[in-house]
Design a protein around this ligand. Structure first.
Ligand code: NAI
Length: 339
């Protein structure tokens, strides 16, 4: 049995409702999109969700009606901007996942999305700060290195920022790393657990292959590192102008959300996921946010794991990532602070 102090705020609220068991209200913003739809489908399977709230500027009533027929226990609601839809979608939320925004086309970097997605994320974050200021915010919309600082600044302006509850979703990088290494080393993905640190774009994605327990040739290290850093480009190219990773991202987004639900709602211990959070690791270098493995707990970030031992090659990758990240973070911050 839980000691009272160990029960999270989400769990307490859920225990106090008469209708459902220990479960959370989770919103997906951008729920009708390429990521949003399969992500919502995967989340509909969770017994730790009591209410799945789907918001988009279009098409969510249809997506919600469709998902609502699946016989898992969560209620599903669909919201569009009419009739205070965003307020309805967010009120009472414990977790908000944000895959709203435009994806890349061939030849684009994630930073090229900034002009469009920065204002989408700012507006959604403003609504979250107003209607569910205590919710955990999971940012998928790119460029993650800049959109996470945007959410932080919006929450700071509203006086409700809690750094333990803001996460840039970098799970897809470790999912890819695990799969790619399993192919090269001919092992299962269970046996290919790869730590990836830094940020979520190009050279800011830093795989630490030396910590995996496998040995690699120099060629393997270079090829794998490049593939993990630029794996998203393979999908953008193959989709030939129709978008970027959606299905693998939905898988990764659901994995992270489920881990957070296990830590916050189910009280599970030792839940560790990589994620881009406010971190002291490179704070002295002016890098306010950094992805490392993070232990999740009842209130979100429980413990930020250190980088651990790295070799000279990986140190070089970190040295290249830090200034790039610093610029990306400053750009996001300036978008709100100057506004
Ligand atoms: P999509 O275009 O298929 O879907 C985006 C959805 O957002 C659309 O349904 C659109 O109507 C909606 N939307 C636009 N403005 C909105 C607003 N103000 N409020 C609510 N919804 C709004 O795009 P897709 O493929 O789902 O990608 C979404 C985002 O996720 C992109 O920014 C993409 O770069 C990013 N992404 C992030 C990854 C990561 O690892 N963090 C991986 C892959 C994509």
């Amino acid at each position: 049995m839980f000691a009272t102090r160990q029960i999270s705020s989400i769990a307490k609220r859920a225990f106090s409702t008469s209708t459902s068991s220990n479960a959370a209200k989770v919103a997906v913003l951008g729920a009708a999109g390429g990521i949003g739809q399969p992500l919502s489908l995967l989340l509909k399977q969770s017994s730790l969700i009591s209410h799945l709230s789907l918001y988009d500027i279009v098409n969510t009533p249809g997506v919600a009606a469709d998902l609502s027929h699946i016989n898992s226990n969560s209620k599903v609601s669909g919201h569009v901007p009419d009739n205070n839809g965003l307020k309805e979608a967010l009120t009472g939320c414990d977790i908000v996942v944000i895959p709203a925004g435009v994806p890349r086309k061939p030849g684009m970097t994630r930073d090229d999305l900034f002009n469009t997605n920065a204002s989408i994320v700012r507006d959604l974050a403003t609504a979250c700060a107003e209607h569910c200021p205590k919710a955990h915010i999971l940012v998928i919309a790119n460029p993650v290195n800049s959109t996470v600082p945007i959410v932080a600044e919006v929450f700071k302006k509203a006086g409700v920022f809690d750094p333990k509850r803001l996460f840039g979703v970098t799970t897809l990088d470790v999912v890819r790393a695990s799969r790619f290494v399993s192919e090269v080393k001919k092992v299962t993905t269970e046996e290919a657990k790869i730590t990836v640190i830094g940020g979520h774009s190009g050279v800011t994605i830093v795989p630490l292959l030396s910590q995996s327990g496998h040995s690699f040739t120099e060629e393997e290290v270079k090829a794998l590192t490049h593939r993990i850093q630029f794996g998203g480009d393979e999908v953008v190219k193959a989709k030939n102008g129709t978008g970027s990773a959606t299905l693998s991202m939905a898988f990764a987004g659901a994995r992270f959300t489920n881990s957070l639900l296990e830590a916050t709602v189910a009280g599970k211990k030792n839940v560790v996921e990589p994620t881009f959070v406010k971190s002291e690791i490179f704070a002295k270098e002016g890098v306010e946010f950094f992805a490392t493995n993070v232990e999740l707990g009842p209130n979100g970030v429980e413990k930020i794991h250190p980088i651990g031992q790295v070799n000279a090659y990986e140190q070089g990758l970190i040295d290249a990532a830090v200034p790039e990240l610093k610029g990306n973070i400053a750009k996001g911050k300036a978008f709100i602070v100057k506004a």
